[in-house]
Design a protein around this ligand. Structure first.
Ligand code: EPZ
Length: 417
């Protein structure tokens, strides 16, 4: 298993090109099942994308991926289609469950492995199944698989999600665009990645409107040769913004849309972080006397759970006690024991992390547990005294393209061994 060796306390400067959004590319790749010829640009070259492409290939689609151009062409000629998403692919990447809606919509049946849990939580899919049943799907759970069928096709309907789910919203949108009649869904997730998916679907001729948390879909998509450019990855952007606030003389983050991270920028400015926000880049500077702050993670437009581990590192350098309430996942503080081994002063009481600062961190051997926890260990290592060794960095490779290359280019001292 590969490790990252990081020598901390280097002053970073230079520029980083932010990649396309993993969490936008995954549902859009699943949506390509519904279309014959789809070209997707600004796709991040990360392992979760490769896993999703393997899943599409297993189902019977063809793809041509260009790492250099960060683009992929997906073709579905409806030849030898296998409407199955096997456990071996879905267990490593839960977003594999997103093929359920499109397979059901196009072929009237699907056999998709239950994703199973992961480090951050049990990751149930009950809301996905609740929504597909509303469209008339017959759902059975057998031997760890979801068996879904809709022999007479899916029927438009109106319903409200009992709670907000990004994946369930995406799955039901991808099913409803081939349903007969109108579908109105209330209490939807409205992350920028969902709006990107909606913009993609509009290119298939679907009338789809989003107002507040209500999405209205007037089905009947038409197959077309389409091209779509994925939005920038707002979580990667937020990660490097926090990295810059911790270490950079001047760090320019390029290829971005600052409108996607308004709440994060507001929080960072409230903490006293200095930055210059332009139309398609943000410049960030190491800031002294960082102020403490209390945040709680929430569905968009609230503070994203995917940046919770990262902002915690900035809080270790703030004056006083900052608090984080993690409201989305039941077990998303796995980075805390590792950070405490680096000297961080963090106490967790009923799902609220209390972070005392400013606190000098020291290098140590630590272990990554999930994608965002591992990148928070990288941020901690960048400001820690001496050397940090991070194990199990395959977690990082799932969602950050060329992480050490991007940081080394800005004078960080990192080696992958
Ligand atoms: C998406 O996961 C993202 N993944 C996650 O990013 C992100 O943390 C999450 O949304 C929240 O923003 C992708 O987009 C591929 P949810 P998803 O359904 O769709 C519960 C990363 O690091 N729930 O919005 O799985 C669930 O347990 C990943 O890039 C149910 O109870 O998240 C959680 O507590 C990690 N039943 C909450 O809802 C369901 O059927 C939110 O989950 C579905 C979810």
């Amino acid at each position: 298993m590969q490790k990252l060796i990081i020598d901390g306390k280097k002053i970073l400067s230079g520029s980083i090109k932010i990649s396309g959004s993993k969490n936008s590319a995954l549902p859009i790749l699943a949506a390509s099942i519904l279309n014959k010829q789809t070209t997707i640009k600004n796709i991040p070259y990360v392992n979760d994308i490769l896993t999703m492409l393997n899943l599409l290939k297993f189902i019977g689609l063809k793809y041509k991926l260009s790492k250099k151009k960060n683009s992929v062409e997906v073709t579905n000629l409806d030849k030898k289609i296998n409407t199955v998403a096997p456990y071996k692919l879905v267990k490593t990447m839960r977003a594999g469950v997103l093929v359920l809606g499109p397979l059901l919509a196009r072929y009237g049946n699907a056999k998709v492995s239950l994703p199973g849990g992961c480090a951050i939580g049990t990751r149930p899919v009950d809301l996905h199944l609740f929504a597909l049943k509303k469209l008339g799907a017959k759902i059975q759970i057998k031997n760890g698989y979801i068996l879904a069928s809709a022999p007479k096709g899916l029927k438009g309907t109106s319903f409200r999600f009992p709670s907000i789910s990004v994946g369930a919203t995406e799955n039901v949108i991808l099913a409803a665009i081939k349903a007969k009649g109108v579908t109105i869904i209330e209490n939807c997730a409205i992350e920028p990645e969902i709006k990107d998916l909606i913009n993609f679907i509009k290119k298939l001729g679907v009338k789809i409107k989003i107002k507040g948390r209500k999405i209205t879909i007037i089905g009947s998509m038409k197959e077309k040769k389409i091209t779509h450019k994925i939005i920038c990855d707002r979580i990667e952007l937020g990660t490097y913004l926090i990295g810059g606030a911790l270490t950079a003389k001047k760090l320019r983050l390029k290829n971005v849309d600052p409108k996607l991270i308004k709440s994060e920028i507001f929080i960072l400015k409230k903490m006293g972080v200095k930055m210059k926000v332009s139309k398609n880049y943000i410049e960030i500077y190491k800031s002294s006397n960082i102020k403490k702050i209390n945040i709680k993670t929430a569905p968009y437009p609230g503070f994203p759970t995917d940046l919770q581990a990262q902002i915690m590192i900035l809080m270790t350098q703030a004056q006083g006690i900052s608090k984080i309430k993690e409201n989305i996942f039941e077990n998303r503080f796995m980075h805390v024991p590792e950070l405490k081994r680096m000297g961080a002063k963090i106490e967790i009481r009923n799902n609220i992390a209390n972070i005392s600062g400013p606190c000098a961190l020291t290098g140590a051997e630590v272990m990554a547990t999930d994608l965002r926890a591992s990148v928070s260990l990288v941020l901690a290592a960048l400001i820690a005294d001496k050397r940090t060794k991070i194990n199990r960095i395959y977690h990082l490779d799932r969602g950050y393209q060329d992480l050490e290359k991007k940081l080394i280019k800005c004078k960080a001292q990192i080696n992958r061994v």
